[in-house]
Design a protein around this ligand. Structure first.
Ligand SMILES: *Cc1c(COP(=O)(O)O)cnc(C)c1O
Length: 229
């Protein structure tokens, strides 16, 4: 199946999920997760109409953004764990960072974004299930991270992001998506945190049901990934 055909299928699922949730599909941003996929696949997805691409590794994001800089309306999203020493690699290219999880990382990002460009939009990754080896801040630390972002003139606080525990049963994700939505309600709601980034190939309909405004979809658009060497 071509990327355009897979994309048409995904768009149909988004439409159906939005309809069931009583929402408009226009309020849901489809972020195409292109990690490990070649430049040619991203170009094909662009031709099919996609403009938002997500990468997990700083180096890979920088290389792809550089190779595709002629596509001036592409928005690059950093969706993987970000180390402070990698911030400078992504800052020239990224429009969004979904994985801010500490005041220190917020401060480093704020320092590196130059004043001449648009503010970098950042989301706070929250480890809603309290899983041990997962990145993201604990719900109890969320306020400190939000305040650190708001203290940086070059960062624009944009929302919350989560990755629920891995499960074959997508309905199990729903509880964690709802938890993220409740965390937002307790912290200024949509006015302060407009975006909820949640839902991947196997569970994005559940995420849309719980209020996702950005879904991060890789496999269902690009096909299965090769394991990283
Ligand atoms: C890889 C990845 C995705 C996409 O996963 P698929 O199951 O391929 O849709 C979404 N979000 C994050 C943070 C990822 O690392």
């Amino acid at each position: 199946m071509s990327i355009a055909e897979r994309l048409a299928h995904v768009r149909g699922q988004i439409r159906e999920a939005a309809r069931r949730a009583g929402r408009s599909e226009e309020e849901i941003r489809l972020l195409a997760v292109s990690k490990t996929k070649p430049i040619a696949a991203i170009e094909e997805a662009y031709q099919a109409g996609l403009r938002d691409f997500g990468e997990n590794y700083a180096q890979e994001l920088a290389e792809k953004a550089e190779a595709l800089k002629h596509l001036t309306d592409v928005r690059w999203h950093m969706i993987g764990h970000l180390q402070r020493n990698k911030v400078k690699l992504i800052v020239p290219h990224a429009s969004f960072v979904h994985t801010v999880d500490s005041p220190r990382l917020a401060h480093e990002l704020g320092k590196r974004v130059v004043a001449s460009r648009a503010p970098l939009r950042v989301l706070v990754q929250v480890n809603v299930a309290g899983e041990r080896q997962k990145s993201g801040c604990a719900p109890a630390d969320l306020d400190a991270v939000l305040e650190a972002i708001e203290a940086e003139a070059q960062l624009e606080l944009t929302g919350l992001m989560t990755i629920p525990p891995q499960s074959d049963d997508a309905s199990e994700s729903l509880e964690y998506f709802r938890k993220l939505a409740r965390l937002r309600e307790g912290r200024g709601g949509v006015a302060r945190l407009p975006e909820l980034s949640m839902g991947m190939s196997h569970d994005f309909p559940e995420a849309i049901f719980a209020g996702a405004t950005t879904i991060r979809v890789g496999t269902s658009i690009f096909g299965a990934r090769e394991p990283r060497p």
